[in-house]
Design a binder for this molecule. Structure first.
Ligand code: DC
Length: 225
């Protein structure tokens, strides 16, 4: 039987290793990689640059609707474009990360971004990662993964990720940021971080990247990919 182009949904808290894992899985299966957090980050950056109040729900929803957000793979790396300009590095800065909670909690912004995400996955063959992928964006995904890791392991990875894009971060500060984001991710009314009942839990604290990747790829093959 010819392989199916399935949807793989990966959810979990900040720093659990979702992005790197999802990117590798997408690579192996020759699927699209969708980093939905990058979209929330891009909208937050757009507001910051325009000096728009992120608390203004209506204005933020309009901004999300009119922002052109492109996620492209270039030389094996994901690049993020906001209104055709490369903002890959800017969306990872603390200025953006610290302002993101009200944007992610905005139901109207979520509606706009979720629709864009569903559009990108309409033909299957996609590995999407975020917080609400298996619950809201692709509730019918053939494979749902919920990735977890200890706070220490997550902070350590985040510091290394930031270093790769040339940002020097303090581990204590990163842990505090993650703790705060866990709270707002779990506590918001719309699109809260939630394990779908049919999601498979993977604790990555003690797994290598390759082990995580192989586990998910094997599950994808089981589901017909
Ligand atoms: O995965 P990340 O750290 O780049 O995500 C940035 C923020 O975006 C995070 O604080 C929560 C939010 N987010 C969300 O609300 N829903 C998603 N599907 C993905 C991210």
């Amino acid at each position: 039987m010819a392989p199916k182009k399935i949807i793989i949904a990966i959810d979990g808290p900040a720093g659990a290793g979702k992005s790197t894992t999802a990117k590798r899985v997408a690579d192996i299966l020759d699927y699209l990689f969708l980093d939905t957090g990058a979209m929330y980050r891009a909208v937050t950056l757009a507001a910051y640059r325009r000096n728009l109040s992120i608390e203004d729900a209506e204005a933020m929803a309009l901004l999300a609707g009119e922002s052109v957000i492109d996620l492209r793979m270039q030389d094996g790396e994901q690049r993020v474009f906001l209104n055709h300009l490369d903002v890959t590095k800017e969306i990872r800065t603390p200025e953006v990360t610290q302002r993101i909670a009200p944007v992610a909690a905005n139901a109207q912004v979520r509606k706009v971004l979720v629709r864009k995400q569903q559009q990108m996955g309409k033909d299957g063959g996609i590995v999407a990662e975020g917080r609400d992928i298996g619950t809201v964006v692709f509730p019918h995904a053939e494979l749902k993964i919920f990735m977890l890791a200890s706070l220490e392991a997550r902070a350590d990875r985040r510091v290394k990720d930031l270093m790769q894009v040339g940002i020097q971060a303090d581990i204590e500060q990163v842990m505090e940021d993650i703790r705060r984001r866990d709270e707002s991710d779990a506590g918001r009314k719309h699109g809260a971080l939630l394990q779908a009942p049919d999601a498979i839990l993977i604790d990555t604290s003690l797994l290598t990247l390759e082990e995580q990747v192989q586990r998910i790829v094997a599950l994808a093959y089981e589901r017909g990919a």
